[in-house]
Write a protein that binds this ligand. Structure first.
Ligand SMILES: Nc1nc2c(c(=O)[nH]1)N[C@H]1C(S)=C(S)[C@@H](COP(=O)(O)OP(=O)(O)OC[C@H]3O[C@@H](n4cnc5c(=O)[nH]c(N)nc54)[C@H](O)[C@@H]3O)O[C@H]1N2
Ligand SMILES: Nc1nc2c(c(=O)[nH]1)N[C@H]1C(S)=C(S)[C@@H](COP(=O)(O)OP(=O)(O)OC[C@H]3O[C@@H](n4cnc5c(=O)[nH]c(N)nc54)[C@H](O)[C@@H]3O)O[C@H]1N2
Ligand code: SF4
Ligand SMILES: [Mo]
Length: 693
């Protein structure tokens, strides 16, 4: 007898929307993945990528059994082995290393799945028990997260479900049509209700194109624009004095600081006009004076350069100045992740770490340098074993030539857990097949909305694939770890993910969450109407003692890019063009690049150049060009367009190297230098030269 069921699931990808899914399963086969129409932020709509999720799950290239490498590292030659052999080989090698130097073992993982079970749960327990090095997971949001935290506290902002009620929406360093679709739907509703929409972006992105106004700022100069806005707001007295008095700290010092940031100076720094600075500030301040909610949707594009943390901090100061936090639809949203009450300690069990043993943390953003480090007193031991899951570092980490060189080390033991044979998988000693979201259970928080989510397994694992948690459980057993926590099932881990005792989440539990799929946290509709920021002072901190203690300027300031014509003219003489490589709409970071229908839509790696920059180099549309600097080079097909401001080239990303004609991607030219705070990467802070191949 044939059977059809609908299973409640969650989109696992690194996207703020964390959609609620309904998976149709016919006779054990997932036939359709749809958005849950009753989930308020999903609204029954998925992006093109995940609407095709079955194409990815049933992809003919799925890894279906464990393999060991037979060719050279990077060649991608593997031979099938059994799970027993794979787990035995890994455990033996890890044991041998741990007996000498546990800190030589390092995990490398990020948000390939955002699931709390298949992310850092059983994996962390095993690595903690081993006494391995910790990984600082900085690759995306840590600079901005830190800047936000210094200013406002936890990552809590305006509820995305209020967006349509805002009268002014500033989309700052984000391209929601590609990367935050369900927010964009609400922006359009706001637009229909008469709201004004402004994009601040060096590139006329799909989103910027559809806004009322696009301010094409030079990359990495956002903190200066925010200083200029504060200057005008204070100069023209477009302030909420009562809010400033009650709920902020350091206004007098801020006033003095921003006095020097005249619109003229700001315009010059940001490569925009004086009018743009003044009009933006007035629109923001005057709207607030009329009592209208204004929302800043700040996104991670502003924090991928040297002063990224400061940029987020400066922008985060704006709502308090004009009292925008008084409105449910006002304020700023960078991330909602701090809204959730997770049981991290229980999931990860840091207490398992050997008590007397030294600890070490390796930053994932300069993994190339770390893998090539011979070891020293300061650095600690050389890295000898790497366990990679939920990430594809050979494609996504900066200064790729060094990353690949590190992965190619013959004396490095590398285990990769993956769905596909990615660029990183090619370097594995042991390659293990992992389940996808349709095949395992998980619990999810979100960084774009306020719903706790549960993902049920819809189908049986493909081939011999196992969930990450199951793989680490097997490893724990082989390593002889007998603590009870090492035998907890994926479902038991899911049940531990949230703290249901806390008032924000107390209204539900794991079983109910799995049945309903999602449940909204209980947060005040207007989070900071009466202050209540989670900073040390409880106020919005224009002046931050914490920053001072960390050796940073305690007041908003401007930190120029490492590499720009203004800040590094010598380098610019050789490499005159700034470059950014933001996400392509049909990929999700490096995921989906191998799904043919989505790759066909993106075509091939492109480079967008301004007509004048192209003419100067005799480059015509469709020419293959080489993009290069001292770190490396890659080729792409030229697209000539004024979407890129003059002096800027744009290569939408993140391509799999092996699927590009030269087996390289944009990360060949990005740099391993870190942001001002949070140890973040500087993916959008670089200079290059471009020539016809
Ligand atoms: N389709 C799709 N969706 C995604 C992703 C994806 O790869 N594809 N990635 C996911 C992930 S991991 C993340 S972190 C988020 C990212 O989400 P966002 O932070 O919204 O990132 P982007 O969509 O890349 O938008 C960044 C925009 O910032 C612009 N930008 C670059 N440099 C600067 C600058 O210095 N200043 C300003 N003001 N703007 C700048 C870029 O041109 C780009 O249009 O999206 C998630 N969603
Ligand atoms: N040039 C440039 N580089 C960038 C960026 C950029 O804008 N430009 N963006 C940066 C940002 S914001 C981010 S967040 C990073 C993202 O970098 P990553 O997190 O590495 O990228 P993803 O493609 O999201 O996920 C990586 C892998 O996780 C795997 N995966 C998914 N689910 C599971 C699972 O359940 N188990 C296992 N074992 N594997 C799974 C997928 O198959 C995929 O290959 O890239 C960064 N790199
Ligand atoms: S990638 Fe984002 S928009 Fe697409 S289904 Fe997943 S959560 Fe929704
Ligand atoms: Mo990210």
């Amino acid at each position: 007898m044939s059977s059809t069921t609908i299973v409640r699931a969650v989109c696992p990808h690194d996207c703020p929307d964390t959609c609620a899914l309904l998976v149709t399963v016919k006779d054990g086969v997932a036939t359709e993945v749809k958005g849950d129409p009753t989930h308020p932020t999903t609204g029954g709509v998925l992006c093109t990528k995940v609407a095709r999720y079955t194409e990815r799950t049933y992809h003919p290239d799925r890894l279906l059994y464990p393999q060991k490498r037979v060719g050279k590292k990077g060649e991608g030659q593997f031979e099938r082995i059994s799970w027993e052999e794979a787990i035995r080989a890994i455990a033996a090698r890890l044991k041998e290393i741990a007996a000498r130097e546990p800190l030589a073992i390092l995990p490398y993982s990020y948000a390939g799945t955002m699931g709390l079970v298949q992310g850092e749960s059983m994996s962390a327990r095993v690595l903690n028990k081993l006494g391995a090095s910790f990984l600082d997971r900085t690759i995306c949001a840590s600079a901005g997260g830190r800047g936000y935290q210094y200013t406002l506290g936890d990552r809590i902002g305006t509820d995305v479900e209020q967006t349509q009620n805002a009268r002014l929406i500033i989309i700052w360093g984000g391209n929601p049509i590609a990367s935050n679709l369900h927010f964009w739907t609400r922006v359009q509703e706001a637009k229909r209700n008469g709201a004004r929409i402004i994009a601040i972006d060096p590139y006329r992105s799909l989103t910027a194109e559809k806004c009322h106004q696009h301010i094409a700022i030079s990359p990495g100069t956002d903190s200066a624009l925010a200083l200029g806005m504060m200057h005008v707001l204070i100069r023209d007295d477009l302030l909420d004095h009562d809010y400033i008095e009650r709920y902020t700290l350091g206004f007098a010092a801020l006033r003095e600081r921003v006095a020097e940031w005249t619109p003229e100076r700001v315009a010059k720094t940001c490569g925009i006009s004086v009018e743009e600075v003044v009009e933006l500030s007035r629109a923001y301040g005057e709207g607030a004076q009329r009592g209208e909610p204004s929302l800043i949707r700040m996104n991670y594009g502003v924090q991928r350069s040297h002063g990224g943390g400061m940029a987020v901090r400066n922008i985060a100061c704006l709502p308090a100045l004009v009292g925008a936090w008084r409105h449910a639809a006002g304020g700023v949203l960078l991330s909602a992740s701090g809204s959730f009450v997770k049981n991290t300690a229980l999931l990860e069990r840091l207490d398992l770490f050997p008590q007397q043993q030294a600890r070490r943390t390796i930053n994932m953003s300069d993994i190339g340098n770390s893998l090539l480090h011979p070891g020293s007193l300061e650095f600690g031991p050389k890295i000898e074993a790497l366990i990679v899951y939920n990430s594809n570092p050979v494609a996504i980490a900066p200064e790729s030539a060094k990353v690949a060189q590190g992965f190619a080390r013959d004396d490095l033991f590398t285990v990769v857990l993956e769905h596909f044979q990615t660029d990183t998988a090619d370097y594995a000693d042991i390659l293990l097949p992992a389940t996808t979201q349709l095949e395992h259970v998980d619990a999810h928080a979100s960084y774009g909305h306020r719903y706790m989510m549960a993902n049920n397994a819809a189908i049986a694992p493909m081939g011999e694939a196992k969930s990450n948690a199951e793989i680490f459980r097997l490893l724990a057993k082989e390593l002889g770890f007998t603590d009870a926590c090492f035998s907890e099932s994926d479902d038991a881990l899911g049940a531990q993910a949230f703290n249901y005792e806390h008032e924000r989440s107390a209204h539900t539990n794991w079983r109910a969450l799995k049945e309903q799929g999602w449940s909204k946290l209980r947060l005040p509709e207007i989070p900071f109407a009466q202050g209540g920021f989670t900073t040390p002072s409880g106020k919005c901190e224009f002046y931050s003692e914490q920053m001072l203690a960390a050796g940073l300027d305690p007041l908003p300031t401007y930190i120029p890019p490492y590499e720009s014509p203004a800040s590094n003219p010598e380098l610019a003489a050789k490499y005159p063009l700034a470059m950014i490589s933001p996400p392509a709409r049909n990929f999700l970071n490096s995921t989906f690049v191998n799904v043919q229908s989505l790759r066909d839509t993106e075509g091939e790696p492109h480079l967008d150049l301004h007509p004048q920059d192209a003419a100067q180099r005799q480059i015509q549309a469709g020419d293959m060009v080489r993009i290069f600097n001292d770190r490396g080079s890659f080729v792409a097909k030229a697209r000539i367009t004024d979407k890129a401001r003059q002096g800027l080239v744009v290569g939408l990303s993140i391509w799999w190297k092996k699927l590009a004609s030269d087996h390289k991607n944009a990360n060949e030219v990005t740099s391993q230098r870190l942001t001002d705070m949070g140890g973040g990467p500087t993916f959008y802070d670089l200079l290059v030269q471009v020539e016809k191949t």
